[in-house]
Design a protein around this ligand. Structure first.
Ligand SMILES: NC(=O)c1ccc[n+]([C@@H]2O[C@H](COP(=O)([O-])OP(=O)(O)OC[C@H]3O[C@@H](n4cnc5c(N)ncnc54)[C@H](OP(=O)(O)O)[C@@H]3O)[C@@H](O)[C@H]2O)c1
Length: 324
C-alpha cells in the first residue's frame, strides 16, 4: 500500500511517499481503508524527535483517519462498509489501510465528509475534554482561545458555544488569521500583541472565565491576568516553544486556576472515555449544532508540506491529507 514514512528526524520535509505492507487482519482489530488523515502539531514535533512519544523508526506520521471499515472483529460496534473516523494514537495514520483498536473507531455521520471527518477527533475530543472535564465550562461563560486560527483554536471556536459558552474571544497573530477565526465562529477577535488590554476593554474590565492555551510562552502571565475571579487557564500545549512558569501567588490573589489538560493520558487511564466522548459529540455533528471542520486538504504526495505548514505557522484552520 501507499504510505508516508519518515526515516530521519530532520523535520517535516523528511516525510516521503513509499510502498509498505498492509497491516494484517486479526481478531482484535478493525481494518480501515483510509480516505483522509489529519495533521496536528505533534506530527511536526515528532518529525524532529521533539515530542514526548517517540515512535520506532522509520515511522508513518499522523494520529487520526476517516475511511471505510474493511473488516471488524465479531461483535464489534462497526461492520464492513461503515463510514468511520478513527484514532491510531500517535502515529501510523498516513497510509491506505490502518488497523485500529475497536474502542478507537467511531461511526461518522453521513453529513460529514471523509476529509472533514479526518480533522475531527484529535482536536475536538481534546477541546471537549478541556472545556467540559477540566475547565468546568458553565452556561453563558466567556472563553478566550490562543492560536485561534489553528487546529485546537478553530475546534474551540466551533465547540464552545454548543457546550454553553456565551461568548468566544479569539487571539491570533495576523489579520488574515483573524478571518479564519471569525469563519470558525469567534464572537470577537484580537491580536496576540496587546491582547490583555483588548480583552479588558471587551469585557468591561471583568476578564474571561476560561482561557484555552495551546501556545504557552510569554503570554501565559497575561492570560492569568485576563481571567475573571474563579477563572480557569487550561494548559493545552506549547506551540510558542517555551514552557512558562507561574508564580502561584497570582492564583491566590485572584482566585484563579491553572489547569493541566492531558487528553491522551486521560484516555489511557479511563477505559471507555473515548466512546463516551463520541456519544456526546456525534449527535451534535450530525445535527449541525457543531459544524464539521472545513480543512485545508493536501494530496498524499504533498504530505511533507502539510506537516511543515504547522511548523512554519502558515497553516490556516485544520490541515488534512487526502489518502485516496
Ligand atoms: N493537551 C492535549 O491533550 C493536546 C491534544 C492535542 C494537541 N495538543 C497541543 O495543542 C497545540 C496546538 O496544536 P494544533 O494542532 O492546534 O497546532 P496548529 O494548528 O499548528 O495551531 C497552533 C497555533 O499556535 C500559534 N503559534 C504561536 N507561536 C507559534 C510558533 N512558534 N509556531 C507555530 N505556531 C505558533 C499559531 O497561531 P498564531 O500564529 O495566530 O499565534 C498556530 O495557529 C500543540 O502544542 C499540541 O501538541 C495538546
Amino acid at each position: 500500500m501507499r504510505a508516508i514514512q519518515i526515516a530521519e528526524l530532520d523535520g517535516p520535509r523528511a516525510a516521503k511517499l513509499v510502498e509498505i505492507d498492509e497491516p494484517a487482519a486479526d481478531e482484535n482489530s478493525v481494518l480501515v481503508e483510509v480516505h483522509a488523515a489529519g495533521v496536528a502539531f505533534p506530527d511536526a514535533l515528532q518529525s524532529r524527535g521533539l515530542y514526548q512519544y517517540k515512535p520506532e523508526m522509520p515511522y508513518t506520521p499522523s494520529a487520526e483517519v476517516a475511511g471505510v471499515v474493511r473488516s471488524a472483529p465479531d461483535g464489534a460496534h462497526v461492520r464492513p462498509g461503515d463510514r468511520v473516523a478513527g484514532l491510531t494514537m500517535l502515529c501510523g495514520a498516513m497510509a491506505e489501510v490502518v488497523a485500529l483498536q475497536p474502542e478507537r473507531v467511531f461511526p461518522l455521520p453521513d453529513s460529514v465528509s471523509f476529509e472533514a471527518g479526518a480533522g475531527i477527533l484529535f482536536n475536538d475530543l481534546t477541546v471537549q475534554f478541556a472545556l467540559r472535564e477540566r475547565g468546568r465550562l458553565a452556561q453563558g461563560e466567556t472563553v478566550l482561545v490562543h492560536g485561534a486560527a489553528g487546529g485546537i483554536g478553530t475546534s474551540t471556536l466551533r465547540l464552545a458555544p454548543a457546550f454553553g459558552a456565551g461568548r468566544t474571544i479569539a487571539v491570533v497573530s495576523t489579520e488574515d488569521k483573524a478571518d479564519v477565526a471569525r469563519a470558525a465562529g469567534a464572537t470577537d477577535v484580537v491580536l496576540a500583541d496587546g491582547f490583555k488590554d483588548a480583552v479588558k476593554e471587551l469585557t468591561g474590565g471583568r476578564g474571561v472565565d476560561i482561557v484555552v492555551d495551546p501556545v504557552g510562552g510569554d503570554r501565559f502571565t497575561d492570560s492569568l491576568r485576563s481571567l475573571a475571579p474563579g477563572g480557569r487557564l487550561l494548559v493545552v500545549g506549547f506551540t510558542g516553544g517555551d514552557i512558562p512558569t507561574v508564580k502561584v501567588n497570582r492564583l491566590l490573589l485572584n482566585n484563579v486556576d491553572a489547569v493541566g489538560v492531558g487528553w491522551g493520558a486521560w484516555t489511557m487511564t479511563h477505559p471507555g472515555y473515548l466512546q463516551q466522548q463520541w456519544a456526546e459529540l456525534e449527535p451534535l455533528l450530525a445535527a449541525g449544532t457543531v459544524a464539521a471542520p472545513e480543512p485545508v486538504v493536501y494530496p498524499l504526495e504533498r504530505a511533507a508540506e502539510a506537516i511543515a505548514s504547522l511548523e512554519d505557522r502558515s497553516a490556516r484552520g485544520k490541515v488534512v491529507v487526502a489518502i485516496r
